[in-house]
Design a protein around this ligand. Structure first.
Ligand code: NAD
Length: 362
């Protein structure tokens, strides 16, 4: 069995990301190697519990780990202080102490919520991330950002709390709905554009294998993304500098996501449109040429991702959402743009240029 390990080097907070397929049965042994208490808590959601609960318990048993499983409802709205509070009650009732590992088994929602609970319960208990969506495997499980939402904003209450291990089984993606999988691919494509020409070529050359979730290519792609994220996090753990480039496509993507009330588009789909718009902006700024804009369109559409701003959204609405005042003449917005394939930077972009490029993204 091929197994890839990517190390995230953060001094005493360093950890491994272990990636393989047909791997879930080894989770117990991997957790046991970390040397914490032999009683663990698994936090997951209803959808994932239906599919994997027995397998998780079996695997933990095989590593001589006794476990309790706490199941929360499925959905972003449950990434809340209310759900966290429910989980704290259960942890106290189950006599969970500071040496009991907490396993976050799920997509980004479960990872962020369970990570936040691990970070705050008894001032922090060991966290193990077992991401089950592509987005979580290549992005949210690595880097230590954990949070819950507040009614007034997403991820408003959170902290940085690095896991002790990220355990990735690519086979788990087989049950992930195709639309969710494609949305995760938007983040994968993002890594290619901002940091790796080699990854972008791999994506460009094998869309069918990747869409078919073939393990050999998936392993390479996920490992490359984790490596890119690990190196960026090592350079800028607390998000004061280099980590910003991970927001490629996100400023306009977030605006579109919120203007469609988080209902019409998945996060990755909105980011895909955001990247197409960012490519148009970079082209207007003469940072990249039209061929790179075309490359965005080709790769994003080959994975079934959208590249056009929905007709119902007006230019004014987007500008307002990214806080550009349509009445003021001179205004700029900081945006992550490409200088070339594999290299991104934050630029101050004049409003007029953004407006023109957004018109070209319809
Ligand atoms: N911490 C970070 O750095 C970071 C980065 C990006 C996004 N996020 C957060 O991630 C969240 C989005 O995560 P997501 O896209 O993974 O969504 P998600 O966690 O809601 O998962 C999407 C859907 O897929 C289901 N699912 C998950 N794994 C499955 C599997 N293997 N088989 C079948 N169904 C499965 C889930 O139950 C859910 O219905 C957001 O809350 C976002 O804020 C965090």
């Amino acid at each position: 069995m091929v197994k890839i390990t990517v190390r995230v080097s953060l001094g005493k907070d360093s950890y491994d990301i272990k990636i393989s397929y047909d791997f879930l049965s080894s989770l117990g042994k991997e957790v046991s190697k970390l040397g914490y208490s032999s009683k663990a808590v698994v936090i997951t959601n209803t959808t994932i519990a239906d599919l994997y609960k027995n397998k998780i318990i079996e695997s933990l048993n095989a590593g001589n780990i006794e476990s309790i499983t706490l199941v929360v409802p499925d959905g972003e709205k449950y990434k809340s202080l209310k759900t966290a509070s429910f989980l704290y009650d259960k942890l106290i009732e189950s006599h969970i102490r500071r040496n009991n590992p907490l396993i976050a088994f799920g997509g980004g929602v479960v990872g962020d919520l369970a990570g936040f609970v691990a970070a705050t319960y008894m001032r922090g208990i060991p966290l193990i991330q077992v991401p089950t969506t592509l987005l979580a495997q290549v992005d949210s499980s690595v880097g230590g950002k954990v949070a819950v939402n507040h009614p007034l904003g997403k991820n408003m209450i959170g902290c940085f709390y690095q896991p002790k291990l990220v355990f990735i089984d690519t086979d788990i993606l087989k049950t992930l709905p195709l639309r969710e999988y494609r949305a995760g691919l938007a983040e994968v494509i993002k890594y290619g554009f901002i940091q790796s020409k080699e990854l972008l070529e791999l994506l460009d050359n094998s869309p069918d294998k990747i869409l078919n979730k073939e393990n050999d290519v998936l392993l390479k792609v996920i490992a490359k993304c984790c490596e890119i994220k690990a190196r960026i996090v090592e350079e800028d753990e607390k998000d004061f500098g280099k980590r910003a480039i991970l927001n490629y496509g996100h400023t306009i993507g977030h605006a579109i996501e919120s203007l469609t009330k988080y209902k019409k588009l998945l996060h990755g789909e909105a980011i895909s449109i955001g990247m197409a718009a960012a490519a148009n902006i970079a082209c207007q700024m003469k940072l990249i040429d039209a061929a790179v804009v075309e490359k965005h369109k080709k790769i994003l559409t080959s994975f079934g991702l959208p590249i056009k701003i929905p007709q119902k959204i007006t230019l004014e609405e987007i500008l307002e959402r990214i806080k550009l005042d349509k009445k003021k003449k001179q205004e700029t917005e900081s945006l992550v743009l490409l200088k070339k394939i594999g290299e991104a930077e934050v630029f101050e972009v004049p409003k007029e240029l953004i407006a023109q490029a957004l018109e070209n993204t319809r």
